[in-house]
Ligand binder design. Sequence first.
Ligand SMILES: C[S@@+](CC[C@H](N)C(=O)[O-])C[C@H]1O[C@@H](n2cnc3c(N)ncnc32)[C@H](O)[C@@H]1O
Length: 286
Amino acid sequence: MKALNLGCGRRYQTDWTNIDFRSGSEFVSAHDLSKGIPALDESFDLVYHSHLLEHFTKDDAEVFIQECFRVLRPQGILRVVVPDLEQVTRAYLTALEHASGGSTEWCNHYDWMIIELLDQSVRTHPRGKMGDYLSAQHIPNQDFVIERLGTEAKKLTDSRKQESCAAKRVNSFVLNPLLENAIKPIYRFLRHSSYRREWLLKSILGEEFETLELGRFRKSGEIHQWMYDCFSLKRLLEQNGFVEVIQRTAIESYVPDWSTFNLDTEPDGSIYKPDSLFMEAIKPDA
Ligand SMILES: C[S@@+](CC[C@H](N)C(=O)[O-])C[C@H]1O[C@@H](n2cnc3c(N)ncnc32)[C@H](O)[C@@H]1O
């Protein structure tokens, strides 16, 4: 099977073609997918993407789905995984009802649900309010959050705690302040080749530099630009030529033994991202 994993992040198969904005591995090619998929027509049996489509604007997403169609061979399979707008909205409404009814426990769930619903679209810095919440020393409803976001949230909470311990260790190493002040700018100037460019831009743009930085962040691939439910995603796929569009669970697929790839599930069988909508479709014969 010739398979393509788009926006793979750190979750990829070594014998597939894997593409992401940045490549941290020899098995991942770096490419901006909003500029198209770098592959020949009808060259893949399977195109898979998980939590990527929502990073495109609604218009770009349509063009991107057309690209998925183009690179699939007839009878090829498209599997799309996105955060489920319906599921998150229903969970928010449940939390709202209980919190309004006076439940303290549900007040915490309500706060989390607002973050889950909005933060990835509106944040202005990496990891946003979600990152702040997950890196807190005490998360009042950790089990609830992990149940919603899955192992990813667990890894994030664990890694953030390790990072904060490491930061404390670094901070406890005290340099002579005079020496530190002298060394730091030289070190930065020499280490980061882009530092001079940034410094120049800052000098030219003044306060506008902040706007530039915000724009850069919002185009970095972290922001959600749109969301989908089972109705809108099915319609998007059908309108762009796909047939036999069907909603799946994490383990169901047109692909035999899908779970063995450990993309939507973990080796222990748990679901990687439980907040997801899983959908598959087929490219019909010409
Ligand atoms: C939420 S992560 C999902 C990663 C992985 N698929 C998973 O399910 O864990 C979204 C990924 O899409 C990538 N991405 C977003 N926009 C992209 C673009 N225009 N071109 C290439 N990759 C993009 C990001 O760099 C990031 O790795």
